[in-house]
Design a protein around this ligand. Sequence first.
Ligand code: EPU
Length: 419
Amino acid sequence: MEKLIIKGGTRLSGEVVISGAKNAAIAILPATLLIDGVCTIENLPNISDVQIQCKILEELGAKIDWITSNSARIDTTNILSYKAPLDMTSKFRASYYFIGSLLGRCHNAETGLPGGCKLGARPIDQHIKGFEALGATVDVANGKIVASANKLTGSSIYMDTVSVGATINVMLSAVLAEGTTTIDNAAKEPHIVDVANFLNTMGADIRGAGTDIIKVNGVKSLKGGATYSVVPDQIEAGTFMLAAIASKGDITIKNCISEHLDCLTAKILEMGGNVEESGDEIRVWCDKRPQKTNIKTAPYPGFPTDLQAQMGVVLSIAEGTSIISENIWESRFQYTYELNKMGANITAQGKTAFFEGVESLSGAPVCATDLRAGAALIIAGIIANGTTELYNLEHIDRGYENIEMKFRNLGANIVRIRE
Ligand code: EPU
């Protein structure tokens, strides 16, 4: 078992380079199955979710050559099976993208029911609704999803809820379908745009990604042959922005797209922090105790649920009482119980949590209850007085590349040890 030992009381300062976006990369990798040929993907984050996606691709017949630890040449000319291994696909959430891509490529798909962070109910009814609208039959039984279609035909789909996964999955299944598919009430996150850009670079015809209505004009095949670089991870960038505020530090975040973080920048300014944007860099600094604010999570361009826990750490030490309303995942306040062990004063009830700001946190043994909770607790450990031991690191390794090294380079005293 591994744990992080964090000696706290550090003011973070310096520069950090942001990796490729996890939630784009783990959709783009299954999307390569739609290509009858070779492509090269750069700026892939070196995280365990990417490694599993690559292993699943190889099991299906893809050949992957790593050029560096962040770029790979992927040959999907010969796909041997439409059955993605159940043990691997059941372990994490983004395995659901193999349904859309295998359905598109083979007209058949079989995967395990997706696993991933325990954030409450995580239905996939909108994914299934989309596949069925294109002509597929989908059965969910015995921990498996089995989908098949004689033919996929473009259709109009209205999403009952704004869903990142369903929007991308329907896009994947529609790329090689006959005719035009319209996705109404689509999600607009930067990674939706990135997956569409990747597919278009390989020969697809997708329009409107980043708006509420996406149109996919089916094409006969994707030839590939191109190189694509994954968009920078706005959640990783946001994590370091909030670490700067929490530690009253001064961090320059490099290789990021500031427009993707407009809602966070607005909140940081509201709390009394400073933000300076220049090209692909954002400098964030703060020299006083942050002020209270209220947060409501919402689909992009609203405040991302994936930055809620990191913001929670800032609010736990802010001046005054702040309220967070979590509107995407029902169980995303588990980290507040861990933060309370460190001296925070947070009351979570259903979708709402009340943060009575305290002067400081103190180190304690705590567990990463999910990926973003893990990142939040690292920040908490860095600003706390004394030593924090953080367990359940596998959650963090799923989504953050070299996180402790990046924090160490900013001055944090943090080591990983194996017990
Ligand atoms: N929903 C449905 N039916 C569906 C799909 C979703 O009711 O068929 C609901 C969900 O229950 C949720 C809401 O719609 O309340 C939004 O879910 P969405 O489908 O957008 O989430 P997801 O695709 O499962 C992705 C990210 C999450 C991120 C959410 C929201 C991946 C692999 N995961 O999940 O990322 O929180 O979008 O932005 O892309 C993380 O990175 O830590 C993480 C959890």
